[in-house]
Design a protein around this ligand. Structure first.
Ligand code: PLP
Length: 444
């Protein structure tokens, strides 16, 4: 007999009483706290349906990926077509879906961004950008915000400061944090409701003091998401780019959540008059399928190639996700979803500001386009984050039929993250606001 033992199936009575689900849960690793009690059976547009028939309005676009909405026909069609052609290939082989996606992406990116590689997740896209930056510069020092989230692979996680650092041993040598330029919660208690970039000057001075003379890159989100929906203040990205250039560092802009229309423009960096050395795309590019891209210049690509750049993964350049990426990009352009994000974002923001007038707990409403944050405080003057209330509100929202996240990592506030699909209707925006209003009232 083999050493492997086969488990008995649970008794029939247990299965009937939902034991099947419980038994299934017992075999899952809990990777981010407890799972929700819901079992989602179907998703279409901005709506989820549970197995027991409850409908939930999705104000977080899944895990911030379903910007076209769930089950968009263009994505389903691309999957159907691509799966009839070729799904997966040896990493050295190319397919037309991949070369076409590269060409079509470059048509919407500014010079000198001309080269892409396609991977699966946001962490991987950042990892590849950081490895290219290290190989090209010869350095290894990487700066990132204290409120950052760049992914769970080792390099990306070493530059993720918002959460998940304790208990996993050392991060990569040379990784350093910059203060998060949040005008509502100035990280150096210097400004209030504006940012004069003193935090950048202070942060760079600290980084210079710690440097062993091996600069490689700074990696930033144009709007920090896990960090509490913090758009970079005017002039910050350009000033950071200049400081990077002064030190021989490259700038990586992580557009996981902000690219492809959510903030009105195709890419958020366009609103900062900066062309970075690397752009990392993920979440929104696959519209719900695992697809990411690291994009850089000819000069960096050529140098890295000559130095033997190696970054092969099982799913690099896979045709099927690339076909979906093309469908997403084409849909964002054809349906002018950037303009839609501006219009729907204005409606949502106005509604949230109206809630702010009636609910003392809302200290700040901020964000760009359809990526908005509602900062919950126990005192509007001190701006003390109200973490208990935030969790209660999101739980009540779910009971009332609205999925909205709370981001509340230590020192970063307690912020409702509101980012529905760009295809959401005006009625659904209004309905979500009504539910949020009710939840805020019920949890008082
Ligand atoms: C800004 C940003 N970058 C990178 C990532 C990591 O992406 P992934 O989870 O696909 O690895 C995330 C995930 O939430 C993110 O928000």
């Amino acid at each position: 007999m083999s050493a492997m033992t086969v488990r008995a199936t649970p008794p029939a009575a247990d299965l009937e009483a939902g034991g099947e689900v419980r038994a299934g849960r017992d075999h899952l690793i809990r990777y981010g706290g407890e799972f929700s009690d819901l079992l989602i059976e179907h998703a279409a547009g901005s709506w989820l349906t549970t197995e027991d028939g409850r409908r939930i309005l999705d104000f977080t676009s899944g895990q911030m990926c379903a910007t076209l909405g769930h089950g968009h026909p263009a994505i389903l069609e691309a999957m159907r077509e691509a799966s009839g052609r070729v799904v997966h290939l040896f990493s050295g082989f190319l397919s037309r879906d991949v070369t076409d996606l590269a060409r079509e992406l470059m048509a919407v990116l500014p010079e000198p961004l001309t080269r892409a590689m396609f991977l699966s997740t946001g962490g991987e896209a950042n990892e590849a950008a950081l490895r290219l930056a290290k190989l090209h510069t010869g350095g290894h020092e990487v700066l990132a915000f204290a409120g950052s989230w760049h992914g769970m692979t080792a390099g990306a996680a070493s530059s993720t400061y918002s959460a998940g650092r304790r208990g996993y041993g050392p991060g990569l040598p040379g990784t350093m944090a910059l203060p998060t330029p949040n005008p509502y919660r100035c990280p150096i208690a210097h400004c209030r409701d504006r940012c004069d970039l003193t935090c950048l000057t202070a942060g760079m001075a600290l980084a210079d003091a710690q440097s062993v003379g091996a600069p490689a890159a700074a990696i930033v989100e144009p709007i920090l998401s896990a960090g509490g929906i913090v758009p970079l203040p005017d002039g910050y990205m350009a000033a950071l780019k200049q400081r990077c250039e002064d030190r021989g560092m490259l700038l990586v802009v992580d557009e996981a959540q902000t690219a492809l229309g959510r903030v009105g423009t195709m890419f958020a960096f366009e609103q900062h008059d900066v062309v970075p050395d690397f752009v990392a795309l993920s979440k929104t590019l696959g519209g719900g399928l695992p697809l990411s891209a690291t994009i850089t210049t000819d000069a960096i690509e050529q140098d890295a190639f000559e130095k033997g750049f190696l970054h092969v993964t099982s799913h690099v350049s896979d045709p099927l996700p690339a076909a979906v990426g093309r469908a997403v990009l084409r849909t964002v352009i054809a349906e002018d979803l950037g303009s839609r994000a501006v219009a729907m974002g204005a409606r949502l923001r106005a509604g949230l500001q109206e809630l702010q007038r009636r609910h003392e707990v809302i200290g700040d409403v901020r964000g760009v386009g359809l990526m908005l944050g509602v900062d919950l405080v126990s005192d509007r003057e001190t701006r003390e984050p109200d973490t208990r209330y935030g969790s209660a509100v999101t739980e009540r929202c779910i009971e009332l039929g609205l999925n909205v996240n709370i981001v509340k990592f230590a020192g970063l506030g307690s912020v409702l993250r509101i980012a529905p699909p760009l295809t959401i209707s005006a009625q659904d925006i209004d309905l979500g606001l009504e539910i949020l209003d009710q939840a805020l009232t019920d949890c008082r």
